[in-house]
Design a protein around this ligand. Structure first.
Ligand code: GLA
Ligand code: ZN
Length: 681
């Protein structure tokens, strides 16, 4: 089975990037040069007009689209796809001056001055009206243009505003959700510090002491952004109903619940800026991005997504201005395609001469020609896209899912404790993902309200909050034969951030795991605790591992212990358990550990539970592979994230190396930072 291509009219890998000719309008010769070089880079798709509002509407009500007509025509003449942006990401100075209310109000209650970008109020009726108008003008003018392939909605929506209008909108949203204040007071436990509200407008999201309020504000902010997206999209859909629209996400950025944003986008687009600066090897960073990619693919039930932005060169805003080493760009792009991207694009096509991003990598350097290392590497990616064209639209089969849920993250982060700095929920999810990824286990990354039924293994680290129905669905998942992994700090609160009573983990999970979690110990740096595996345990993991930062004191209530704590007053109490429940198994890891334990644990688990891995579990460190398939043809993306060459035995099958364009056998020598795509024949 193949998914529909991201752009219906172009069933090929998308390659290109943000193109900002609006910054070069007084240099027509540069634009000519751009179009001369675009085919040399093997590009086919350009995002245009992202920050071009002042070029469209230099003064209020005066619209100038000639330059865009010209660019769109040129793109069409070359057969390129235009991903035309709505310009709301950066507002014109004249607009902020005339209508200061479009600027945000910060936490301190101060109206921000005009500056930078991504900082408009999502509620402001004036801003909404201005955005709706400019979007309508663009849609009206270009809806039938042959270059128009998709809409790029604004840019990296983020932030929050505390103006009167936003607060008022929040109050209406709360009213809609809770209907009566007494229901809200109960849901938020507002008796605490005398916070019982008697009018909706008493509620200030900056309060900070009401955990349910802080969480609901985050939810509201996402809802408000979705509402703004719907406003942006309405005129686009009115004139061009078949042209897909999407905004570019930022991985797992904390600002918005991207699961909700995904629902108002036609396809998923992400901006990816990994840091390849660990000279010892890139596996860790590759796993971070592998997780983002798996999540973005999972957001549309496995449908391929688009890397909307990445950098072909070095990054001006990271700690170090480190160049991508030769081969790394190819590795990074194939990493995303191996995890389900059907296009890899760059920020940006050409480096601008000024502005705070003039040192950011781009396809065309300030030197202005194609004879640069970066340009040639980009051109090589263009060639690879053509070589692997049959991969387009293929699926990424999985048996395993990891839960990453913004609301769960926000719920824990909203709480005063436990501990200030050690919550690390995202890092913990990443650690579990990474240790499965290191074993070449293909994964989906889902939210807690996603359907679990198609998976064999479900990993839910620090599932602190249980939304309604989640506990029941976990029970059903295990009853039906699934294997579930949960950890410390799971099942503590409900969806309004109220603690479960009657023993943890709450909402019936005690029975599922066959344990009772009585206490949570958060270590001071000098504390020592360890997890000691029980000799001959059924999982076959042996030895002793450090426990780090958190350990829960749990009691067995039907579960089988696999390990005990080794130190302190709770030495001898269980630290890892498994409970048979229905036809499945529920594991509970009561303490945080390092990768040493997680590596050993998942290695044994994957073997014991017969979880499919793309490569045998003992391949050299750094070697990684993913599979994409349409059910008949099967493609293996093979990588070496280590600096040193490594060899891997893929068995006796026959393979075609699509990059080398020759048949090869299963013994593959992969150079340091090398990557390729093999069709399994
Ligand atoms: C983001 C933005 C781009 C640009 C790049 C620089 O992803 O969307 O406009 O600022 O970062 O890395
Ligand atoms: Zn506002």
């Amino acid at each position: 089975m193949r998914y529909e291509p991201i752009l219906k009219k172009f069933p090929h890998f998308l390659h290109g990037g943000d193109y900002n000719p609006d910054q070069w309008l007084s240099h027509p010769e540069i634009i000519e040069e751009d179009f001369r070089m675009m085919p040399l880079a093997g590009c086919n798709t350009f995002s245009i007009g992202i920050f071009a509002w002042t070029s469209y509407e230099p003064e209020e009500g005066v619209f100038k689209f000639d330059w865009l007509d010209n660019i769109m025509d040129k793109l069409a003449q070359h057969g390129y796809n235009a991903i035309l942006a709505t310009p709301s990401g950066a507002k014109p100075a004249w607009m902020a001056q005339r209508y200061p209310e479009i600027c945000r109000v910060n936490r301190e209650g101060l109206r921000e001055p005009y500056r930078a970008r991504h900082n408009h109020c999502w509620t402001s009726p004036v801003y909404r009206q201005k955005v709706a108008l400019i979007n309508r003008k663009l849609a009206e003018r270009y809806c039938h243009h042959p270059a128009l392939a998709a809409w790029h909605l604004s840019n990296e929506y983020n932030g929050e505003c505390f103006c009167e209008l936003c607060l008022n909108s929040f109050h209406r949203w709360l009213e809609d959700k809770y209907h009566h204040l007494d229901k809200l007071n109960e849901a938020w436990w507002t008796g605490f510090w005398s916070h019982n509200y008697t009018a909706w407008d008493q509620i200030d999201p900056r309060d900070g002491c009401v955990d349910g309020l802080t969480l609901d504000w985050k939810r509201f902010n996402t809802w408000q952004c979705c509402d703004f997206i719907r406003l942006e999209t309405a005129p686009l859909k009115e004139f061009a109903p078949d042209i897909p629209a999407a905004t570019n996400m930022m991985g797992v950025a904390d600002c918005l619940d991207y699961w909700r944003i995904a629902e108002v986008c036609d396809f998923i687009a992400d901006d990816c800026y990994p840091t390849w600066d660990n000279a010892a090897g890139y596996s860790c960073e590759a796993a971070v991005y592998g997780m983002y990619h798996d999540m973005h693919r999972s957001m549309k039930q496995g449908r391929p997504f688009l890397v909307m932005e990445s950098s072909p060169g070095n990054l001006n805003w990271k700690d170090y201005y480190r160049l991508r080493r030769p081969g790394v760009l190819q590795m990074e792009m194939l990493l995303s395609m191996g995890h389900g991207a059907d296009g890899t694009m760059y920020f940006q096509w050409r480096k601008g001469k000024g502005g705070c991003e003039k040192f950011h990598g781009a396809v065309v350097d300030h030197a202005g020609h194609e004879n640069t290392r970066v340009f040639q590497e980009v051109a090589a990616i263009g060639k690879i896209h053509k070589q692997i064209d049959p991969v387009i639209g293929t699926a990424t089969p999985v048996q395993t899912a990891v839960i990453h849920d913004w609301e769960v993250r926000w719920a824990l982060d909203a709480c005063g404790g436990p501990t200030k700095n050690n919550k690390k929920i995202l890092k913990t999810i990443q650690a579990h993902y990474r240790n499965l990824w290191n074993l070449n286990v293909p994964m989906d990354v889902i939210e807690s309200s996603s359907d679990f039924s198609s998976y064999k293994l479900l990993v839910a680290p620090m599932l602190f909050m249980l939304k309604p129905g989640v506990a029941d669905r976990l029970r059903k998942f295990v009853t039906d034969g699934g294997t579930l992994i949960c950890t410390y700090l799971s099942g503590y609160v409900n969806e309004t951030n109220l603690n479960f009573t009657g023993g943890l983990p709450g909402d019936g999970l005690r029975e599922l795991f066959g344990i009772w979690n009585e206490e949570l110990d958060g270590f001071v740096p000098a504390d020592r605790q360890a997890i000691k595996m029980i000799a001959g345990n059924e999982l076959g993991v042996e030895g002793e591992f450090h426990a780090l930062e958190f350990a829960e004191i749990i009691h067995l209530q039907g579960a089988t212990p696999l390990a005990y704590y080794d130190c302190d007053f709770y030495a001898g109490k269980p630290s890892l358990t498994v409970n048979r429940f229905g036809s499945g198994k529920a594991y509970y890891l009561a303490a945080r550990t390092g990768d040493d334990f997680l590596a050993a644990f998942y290695r044994s688990l994957v073997t014991a539970e017969n979880i499919a891995t793309v490569l045998p579990v003992d391949v050299p460190a750094g070697i990684h592979a993913t599979i994409r398939t349409d059910g008949t043809r099967k493609f293996m993306f093979l990588y070496n994230f280590a600096q040193k060459e490594a060899s891997v035995d893929l068995g006796s099958g026959a393979f075609r190396d699509l990059l080398k364009e020759q048949n090869v056998n299963g013994r593959q020598l992969v150079p340091g930072y090398g990557s390729t795509v093999l069709e399994i024949l």
